[in-house]
Design a protein around this ligand. Sequence first.
Ligand code: URA
Length: 192
Amino acid sequence: MARAAGDIAALKAAIESFDGCELKRTARNTVFARGNAAAPLMVIGEGPGQEEDREGLPFVGRSGQLLDRMLAAIRLDETSAYITNVVFWRPPGNRKPSSEEIEMCRPFVERHIALAKPRFILLAGGISTQALLKSPQGIMALRGRWSEISVDGHTVPALPTYHPAFLLRRPQEKAKAWADLLSLAEKLEELG
Ligand code: URA
């Protein structure tokens, strides 16, 4: 289904009609993406929470508001960033998505990257970092270090950073996230 999707709209429709992920049974909405699919930056988070499930859009609750402020700090907004998650339905009670749930969604996530062709990917938090970098290391070791994600012969530089929900709990870690944002801003500037 993922491979058959020829554009972003077809991919969204395919995900909405896909019944292979258990999470969909308990979710109110499919949460696909927000922002500009043609933007140079793709932000990939963990999965929808309660607000996202209610609205059908990613990162619209408290962590989303912090994410928007983080992006605004390097002069990015919905016209210059494209925001999505590694799972498209809310895990009940906001638990972390299981590896099976992530694997069921993976072909769609990879197709999403292949179709959007971002120049850079910001991985928000340990779940999306481990899912997409396929690394045994955790976010504490990986954050701030540029890596690469390859899909369909297209290689995209990817930077893991702390999840905004983590920064809400541990504001003392914001300086590290700020350093990551500056590194990202530098790369975006090089694009011109
Ligand atoms: N946290 C995420 O990782 N994604 C969302 O969409 C909302 C909160």
